[in-house]
Ligand binder design. Structure first.
Ligand SMILES: [Zn+2]
Length: 84
């Protein structure tokens, strides 16, 4: 089972004056339940951002893209490597 769901930082939550966040709107959310059940819910991302879960996305795929939050990528990479 996936340990991370994908969260999307919504445009109305973006902080003005911090354009860097607009280019990396995807975050990892620790999933206590299957991502499908979390779909649409507002959760706390691994990096501390408030995001809305996008249940149809998989963090293993999204996290490899440039549009993924660098902090979330760093956190999840560290945890995954520690578990293996
Ligand atoms: Zn993040």
């Amino acid at each position: 089972m996936d340990s991370y769901a994908v969260g999307f930082s919504r445009p109305d939550r973006w902080t003005p004056g911090r354009p860097a966040e607009n280019r990396s709107p995807w975050h990892a959310v620790e999933a206590h339940r299957p991502a499908g059940e979390l779909d649409g819910e507002v959760e706390l991302a691994a990096c501390g951002a408030i995001v809305q879960v996008w249940g149809s996305q998989r963090w293993e795929r999204v996290g490899a893209r440039d549009s993924a939050c660098p902090e979330c990528r760093r956190i999840t990479t560290r945890q995954l490597s520690r578990a293996s």
